[in-house]
Design a protein around this ligand. Structure first.
Ligand code: THU
Length: 130
C-alpha cells in the first residue's frame, strides 16, 4: 500500500461522512500491520459532543475486528489547510500505535507525512501507567 493509495482511500470516504451540522466532511484510512485497511468518516450528532471523528471511526472499526497493530493512518478533508487530527484522535491512536506514521491531506490533494509522536509529544500511553 503506497502513501498515495492510503490518502486516496481517505478521500474516498468523504462522501460517507454524516455532517449536517458542520458541513465539514473528513475521511480516514488506517493501515494495519497485517496489510488490511480500515476506513472511516466523521459521523455527527444533534447532540454535537457525541460526534465521532473519521480517524476514531476507523480505529474502533479496526480494534473491534481484532486489529490492534497499525503502521499508518491517512486523514483527508476538503479544506485549504491540512486536515490535522484533533487532540482526542491523536490520543486514541497513541494508545495502540505510538510509532504510527500519519499522512495529513488537504483539499487540493497535497499531503504531509509525519510521525504521530511529533503530533503528540510526550504522549500518555499504556506504559505511563506502570
Ligand atoms: N473532525 C474529524 O473527523 N477529525 C478530526 O481530527 C478533526 C475534526 C470532524 C469532526 C466534525 O464532524 C467536523 O470535523 C468539524 O469539526
Amino acid at each position: 500500500m503506497t502513501d498515495q493509495a492510503l490518502v486516496d482511500l481517505a478521500f474516498s470516504m468523504l462522501e460517507r461522512s454524516y455532517v449536517p451540522y458542520s458541513r465539514f466532511p473528513v475521511g480516514a484510512a488506517l493501515l494495519c500491520a497485517g496489510g488490511q485497511v480500515f476506513t472511516g468518516c466523521n459521523v455527527e450528532n444533534a447532540a454535537y459532543g457525541s460526534t465521532i471523528c473519521a480517524e476514531r471511526t476507523a480505529l474502533v472499526k479496526a480494534v473491534s475486528e481484532g486489529c490492534r497493530e497499525f503502521s499508518a493512518l491517512a486523514v483527508a478533508g476538503n479544506s485549504t489547510d491540512y486536515c490535522w487530527p484533533c487532540g482526542a484522535c491523536r490520543q486514541m491512536l497513541y494508545e495502540f500505535a505510538p510509532e504510527l506514521t500519519v499522512l495529513v491531506a488537504r483539499g487540493d490533494g497535497a499531503f504531509v507525512k509525519l510521525p504521530l509522536k511529533e503530533l503528540l509529544p510526550h504522549g500518555f500511553g499504556p506504559k505511563s501507567l506502570g
